[in-house]
Design a protein around this ligand. Sequence first.
Ligand code: M6P
Ligand code: ZN
Length: 190
Amino acid sequence: MNKNEFISIKFDLVNGLIQWYTRKYHIKLSELRDYAYDSNEVDKLIMEKGDYVIYEVYEIERPVVEGEMIFGVTRIFPGVIGQEYNFTRGHYHVNKMAGEIYVGIKGCGLMLLQDLQGNFFTEVLERGSLIYIPGKYAHRVVNTCDEDLVFLFAYPAIAGHDYELIKKCGFKKVVLNIEGKPTIIDNPKY
Ligand code: M6P
Ligand code: ZN
């Protein structure tokens, strides 16, 4: 196989393990401080348990040119930050023409979607879910179950990630564990 042209790899559909990737990175609790519903809970948890990994991404990088696609697997570990379920930072695409596809492999959770006009939606993301996100929607994934939430993603290489607005105001709603149940409430910071 010529890795410059074709990429054909094994993917364990049960456990969500990818055999080959070009980049692996993780996001730790401290990196979610600006994104969390309650940043005091982030500080408290770091004091108690140290700065642990919330999610990891296995990515197949491609040149950032039109026509190329970046794809891979994200694994969000289960847990809460205070009452808030573990989540990805979430981002808008810089290129609003660039959509994204998610396929749920393992576990269960919610995808939060919002556009710049303030429209907000949630979609269930679990094994077997296929979600297409049009380019104008910011997207975040929240793990609401007590196992790893694993999903495949693919997006145009020219999409670009824009975190600024989300860092500043967050999503319109947050997903909290209230009496053991995922509960969607308004985000006071939005
Ligand atoms: C998915 C994809 C990636 C993204 C990752 C983590 O795997 O959408 O592009 O980077 O989730 O999400 P975020 O970058 O918002 O923390
Ligand atoms: Zn994206």
